[in-house]
Design a protein around this ligand. Structure first.
Ligand SMILES: *Cc1c(COP(=O)(O)O)cnc(C)c1O
Length: 475
């Protein structure tokens, strides 16, 4: 028996003073939460709050007042109701921010996706014949026109596209001959065995596709003859990978894609390029340096080129394969195609984004290109308007020169001249208050200041941003 006044007994008595779950449920119900989110979600939150207090009390904390616990439950339900996928203002200046959802979409793209989502459509249906149609055909015609490729197909993301390309082509040669016993081999330069991020490593993807990796050359220098000398009876494919997220400089050499295409033709091998970002526009015109474009790589003669829909293309998440008719036909026939295919909403959005390129209005209509193309003077004027709108609080803020980045594993060393609003105060604490704001604002910390870069703040977000900054600076 424990004595009535021993510490464990006192703690148990304290814990018993916590409000009962039923009482908290009543309070939440009266505030409308059971109707809004359902009984189970309310109870889960109540149990979590009570359990946390019970633990604290057991560890010696005093029992909180019932009203405080009730208020805490209501506040937590409010946060829960916002969901985990919340809209944020991207003031980081990183245009294609993978953690913040990569490319925001154009109005036309969003309309097309909404329409596709809301109703039935000819996803796999031919209105002329009343028979089954081809899902893969929807984005194919514009992709062919825009890239010069003979054929195209769309899957879930570029990681899937690369995996599928390797799996579908490494089984046999372009002429149709199948490999002798043992896994087919894919040759890659050691300088291109890259990790893209999020666990996408070229050597691992290769292994998963069922092919064996043959590394050639060295980290900094690989020659055409390294590829030629490594070709054996089981070689099926030469792979070129764009080093999206880093640059190799100095004493370096890589064979050109044209070199690989020549070797591939001579030796009856497929040539595939993982291009990553997949720009359709000439990036040099935006002060970004020369990023290889998809049409350029198709002209060089690759059998397949893979790229993302939501990096420099500026559309919905997708993986796009373009290239030779026979190579695309094999991709479409591969059993993995069924597992990796895209839904109607993505196809509709991709088609609408591609239409901007076809009409020559990509830089005016596609949000990532508008952000990339924004002039420093425009950005500076916007940062100044934010400062003025902050009134008194704006006095301690400063408009400075800054540099934005393209991001998304593209153009690693390139930055764009921008202007930023630098905010006063302890940067970590302020950044945390900005993230907790309504709307949440994500900035970056530079020279011990939180800075907000207008380049990535979408048109129409200014008012919300100023309100949130005012709250964070005052709090
Ligand atoms: C980004 C990237 C990928 C992965 O593309 P996701 O669309 O994110 O799946 C693969 N390869 C390269 C070279 C990339 O840059």
């Amino acid at each position: 028996m424990t004595a009535p006044n021993s510490p464990p007994a006192r703690v148990a008595t304290e814990a018993r003073k916590l409000p009962k779950g039923d009482r908290l449920l009543e309070v939440a119900d009266r505030a409308g939460w059971v109707a809004r989110v359902g009984h189970a979600a309310v109870m889960e939150r109540i149990r979590a709050v009570l359990e946390r207090h019970r633990q604290a009390v057991l560890e010696g904390a005093p029992c909180p007042a019932a009203e405080a616990v009730e208020a805490e439950v209501l506040a937590a339900l409010e946060v829960d109701a916002g969901g985990t996928l919340r809209a944020v203002v991207n003031a980081t200046g990183v245009v294609i921010h993978t953690n913040l959802g990569r490319a925001p979409l154009s109005g036309e793209t969003i309309d097309a996706m909404r329409q596709a989502a809301a109703g039935y459509l000819t996803l796999e249906y031919d209105l002329a014949t009343g028979e089954r149609g081809d899902r893969a055909a929807h984005a194919e015609a514009p992709l062919k026109r825009l890239t010069g490729a003979e054929a195209a197909v769309v899957v879930n993301n570029n990681a899937a596209a690369v995996m599928l390309a390797l799996a579908a082509l490494s089984g046999s040669r372009p002429s149709g001959e199948s490999p002798p016993d043992g896994p087919p081999e894919v040759i890659v330069s050691r300088g291109q065995l890259v990790e893209i991020g999020g666990g996408f490593r070229i050597p691992d993807v290769l292994r998963r596709s069922g092919a064996a990796l043959v590394e050639v050359g060295t980290t900094n220098r690989t020659y055409r003859r390294d590829f030629e000398e490594a070709i054996g009876p089981r070689t099926r494919l030469l792979l070129s990978v764009h080093r999206s997220n880093f640059r190799l400089e100095g004493f370096v050499h890589e064979p050109t894609l044209t070199d690989l295409v020549e070797v591939g033709r001579e030796r009856d091998l497929w040539v595939v390029e993982d291009l990553g970002s997949g720009a359709l526009l000439d990036t040099a015109a935006f002060g970004l340096g020369a990023e290889p474009t998809v049409p350029e790589r198709i002209r060089a003669g690759a059998d397949l080129v893979c790229f993302s829909g939501d990096k420099l293309l500026g559309g919905p998440q997708a993986g796009i394969l373009v290239g030779k008719r026979e190579a695309i036909a094999r991709v479409r026939r591969h059993p993995l195609m069924r597992a990796l295919r895209v839904d109607k909403v993505t196809l509709a959005g991709l088609a609408a984004t591609l239409a901007h390129y076809e009409k020559g209005e990509a830089t005016a209509r596609i949000p990532i290109w508008r952000a990339i193309a924004a002039a420093p003077v425009e950005l500076e004027a916007r940062a100044r308007r934010w400062r003025e709108a902050l009134g008194e609080l704006g006095r301690a803020c400063e408009v400075r020169e800054g540099r934005s980045a393209v991001g998304g594993g593209s153009l690693p060393e390139v930055t764009l001249a921008s202007a930023v609003l630098a905010l006063p105060g302890d940067p970590d604490a302020l950044a945390a208050r900005l993230r907790a704001g309504q709307p949440p604002v994500v900035g970056r910390i530079e020279q011990d200041r939180v800075v907000l870069d207008p380049r990535t703040v979408l048109p129409g977000e200014d008012e919300g941003l100023v309100k949130a900054v005012r709250g964070a600076l005052a709090g």
